[in-house]
Design a protein around this ligand. Structure first.
Ligand code: CA
Length: 229
């Protein structure tokens, strides 16, 4: 543990303080911003290794903060959303969040998510040599984390990129939902989530933006596979 900097964005001071103290106890460095503009300033002045971001913030809401953070950075973002607000979760992912946690949450659960996100980031940063993966007219560069289709640069969020990379490392193989959950989030969702469907939909819309044929196929009842139709 190297005391990663975690930015906590939450206007409810009791919750913010609870999270901050818990993170410090676990060996992280925690910074708290109580509103959106403050969060953006802090993220610029001291780039964090991870952001915990509440959706419900006064003024600039968490979704907008997420979009603005995402515009200049691929820092992992964990969104905190209201219970059962499915629309918030989807909107959060749409805004570029990597994961979400429903309030009220268990602190151990928060820590598990934080560790999983930091682990993925670490694996990425220390990934080593540049690799270029290809499949049909798709190409992906592991160093720049850029992907193209037929030469067209795809504007992918961090998570969409990770999903595409997972498919490209296992071409023509059927990836079950469990495998995808585990590889992308590092823990079990418990099966209730439609998060993979949401990501596959986003990714397809970007891969097929010019009417190209579908490459990510649904394998009904099982999962997905990268292959020609
Ligand atoms: Ca709040």
């Amino acid at each position: 543990m190297s005391g990663e900097i975690i930015l906590v964005v939450e206007d409810e001071t009791k919750i913010a303080d609870l999270i901050r103290r818990g993170l410090i106890y676990e060996g992280y460095q925690a910074q708290v911003a109580n509103d959106g503009p403050g969060a953006l300033t802090m993220a610029r002045d001291t780039p964090p290794e991870l952001v915990i971001l509440d959706v419900m913030l006064p003024g600039l809401d968490g979704l907008e903060v997420c979009r603005r953070l995402r515009a200049g950075s691929d820092v992992p973002i964990l969104m905190l959303t209201a219970r059962d607000a499915v629309r918030d979760r989807v909107a959060g992912l749409d805004a570029g969040a990597d994961d979400y946690l429903v309030k009220p949450f268990d602190f151990d659960e928060l820590l598990a998510r934080v560790r999983a996100l930091l682990r993925r980031r670490g694996a990425r940063v220390e990934g080593g040599a540049t690799e270029v993966l290809r499949f049909g007219d798709l190409s992906l560069n592991s160093a720049t984390r850029q992907a193209t289709r037929n030469g067209r640069l795809l504007d992918l969020t961090a998570k969409e990129y990770d999903l595409l990379e997972l498919f490209m490392r296992h071409p023509r193989q059927v990836l079950t939902r469990d495998v995808i959950y585990d590889q992308l989030w590092g823990y079990d969702f418990g099966g209730e989530s439609n998060i993979i469907e949401v990501y596959v939909r986003y990714l397809r819309s970007k891969l097929e933006a010019n009417g190209e044929p579908r490459l990510i196929q649904t394998i009904r009842g099982v999962g997905y596979a990268l292959r020609e139709e």
